[in-house]
Design a protein around this ligand. Structure first.
Ligand code: AMP
Length: 237
């Protein structure tokens, strides 16, 4: 019997068993970190760790951690470094992070980046690949104002650029899409300011150690995904 195998299938099976290591997605709110994380999860079989998602989940469940975070989150202000780093440390100890993981929304300050370097020192493949998604400021405003998320499967839509097939309903499971509370005009501006002031300096931090890969995030989603895979696999695979 002749077994015909697709090369792409072999590649993806192989990628799902390799040591990938940490991947950090850097970029302003609305740059597409969440959307691109989902592509990375599917290709490499490693988990996405979004600090924003962990916090929103805690809020939805009414945990103590969620209650402590809600006021600052609703104002678009960053939470204290120690608070977020402790949360990430808990998550990184789970067994599913052993082959690698995707950090989306962390680190967001220089102290968080330094903490992460120390935390990862000594792990296998401790050097992170840092992918920065660059998107024009006005485009970010349009993306954030139109963003809608499926509360069931987490898929992200945009009413202007990537609308669902049926208005307000998820293509996959039909759930009613929701807008994030902090995607209101006033809070968006606070979040973008926090990014410029606290997070943008991380680009220099990672550039200095040769870890930064910059991608134009103002292109069709598939193009951004392809460039991101290329950047990661050049370094790692
Ligand atoms: P995000 O979904 O990544 O935009 O995060 C939503 C909100 O959660 C932010 O505006 C912050 O208030 C908080 N947050 C998420 N990640 C961090 C972080 N790494 N450091 C501080 N605050 C964070």
């Amino acid at each position: 019997m002749v077994v015909v195998t697709s090369p792409e299938k072999n590649v993806s099976a192989d990628l799902k068993s390799r040591l990938i290591g940490p991947i950090i997605l850097l970029g302003p709110p609305g740059a597409g970190k969440g959307t691109q994380s989902r592509e990375l999860v599917a290709r490499y079989g490693i988990p996405q760790i979004s600090t924003g998602d962990i916090l929103r989940d805690n809020r939805a469940r009414g945990t103590e951690l969620g209650k402590q975070a809600e006021k600052l989150m609703d104002r678009g202000v960053l939470l204290p470094d120690q608070f977020v780093s402790d949360m990430v440390a808990d998550r990184l100890r789970h067994a599913d992070c052993a082959r690698g993981f995707i950090l989306d929304g962390f680190p967001r300050t220089i102290p968080q980046a330094k903490w992460l370097d120390e935390f990862l020192a000594g792990c296998d493949a401790s050097t992170a690949v840092v992918v920065k998604l660059d998107v024009d400021y006005n485009q970010l405003l349009r993306r954030l104002a139109g963003r809608r998320t499926c509360p069931t499967c987490g898929r992200i839509y945009n009413v202007n650029f990537q609308p669902p097939r049926v208005p307000d309903a998820c293509d996959i499971d039909g759930s009613k899409l929701v807008a994030r509370k902090d995607d209101s005009e006033e809070v968006i501006s606070a979040r973008l300011k926090a990014y410029e002031k606290e997070t943008l300096p991380l680009a220099d931090y990672y550039r200095a150690s040769g870890r930064l890969r910059e991608i134009n995030g103002d292109q069709p989603v598939e193009r951004v995904t392809a460039e991101m895979f290329g950047a990661i696999e050049n370094d790692r695979v």
